[in-house]
Write a protein that binds this ligand. Structure first.
Ligand code: AMP
Length: 235
């Protein structure tokens, strides 16, 4: 039985992590249009140059190009039993295209999985996050064990305090992404998510395929809920 899942969640909802688990558990690849477009950076053909230009400006790639790239990806051998879509569809035109495309193949979107997270928590998950060299992530609000966090005030008080962090046992410095360190950038990312995603959530709800999972739980508890929801899909 095939499984087509659309993964939706604000930054910090744990989409990347749970997508990996879905991938392994259900044997379907994660398809991120952002990743597909980023992979075009290595190319110099006309389409790739156009996409690079659009991405550099922060705009969305046009629907025809995006749909064609998704169609091509869904035709690959590893995607024949379904996929987890991440970052697609981004609007109703794309959602309807996907629906038609799958219908023509005798398939359908099985679930639009919304990882629900309170936006205040989403803000703290991004703003308080730092990452170690081995990829482990810590957070000064939620996951500070073994890490020394310090807010360093600007002497002149001209700028907000800076968050610094190091591993207590090795004093290794932890890194904070520049776009996490700017409160304004974090807020803009949340706003963009709300603007683009809300119409889609309404649409999937009307289609009867919206499935909500509370993302404000442990990783294991979120995963257990996801499996329950996906296993309960109608055949
Ligand atoms: P993301 O990693 O999902 O934030 O995507 C990075 C960039 O890729 C976006 O800013 C857009 O320029 C482009 N992109 C990704 N997915 C889509 C989509 N579904 N529709 C249009 N543009 C997209």
């Amino acid at each position: 039985m095939s499984l087509y899942v659309i993964l939706i969640g604000v930054q910090g909802a744990g989409k990347g992590l749970q997508a990996k688990r879905i991938e392994q558990h259900y044997g379907i690849p994660q398809v991120s249009t952002g990743d597909l477009f980023r992979a075009m950076r290595a190319r110099t053909d006309g389409l790739a140059l156009k996409v690079q230009d659009i991405m550099a400006s922060g705009r969305l790639v046009d629907d025809d190009t995006t749909n064609a790239i998704v169609e091509d990806r869904l035709a690959q051998p590893d995607a024949q039993n379904g996929v987890i879509l991440d970052g697609y569809p981004r609007n109703l035109v794309q959602a309807r295209f996907l629906e038609e495309h799958l219908k023509a193949q005798g398939s359908k979107v099985d679930a639009a999985l919304l990882l629900e997270l309170d936006l205040y928590i989403a803000f703290k998950r991004a703003f308080g996050r730092v990452t170690a060299a081995d990829g482990r992530s810590y957070n000064c609000y939620f996951n500070a064990d073994g890490v020394d966090f310090r807010w360093i005030a600007d002497e002149e008080q001209a700028f907000p305090p800076r968050l610094e962090a190091e591993l207590a046992r090795s004093s290794a410095a932890l890194k904070r992404r520049p776009d996490d360190a700017s409160a304004d950038a974090v807020i803009k990312r949340i706003d963009t998510f709300l603007e683009t995603t809300q119409p889609l959530i309404t649409y999937f709800d009307e289609q009867g395929i919206l499935r909500k999972v509370n993302a404000d739980q442990s990783i294991e508890a979120v995963w257990a809920d996801i499996v329950r929801v996906l296993d309960a899909r109608s055949g």
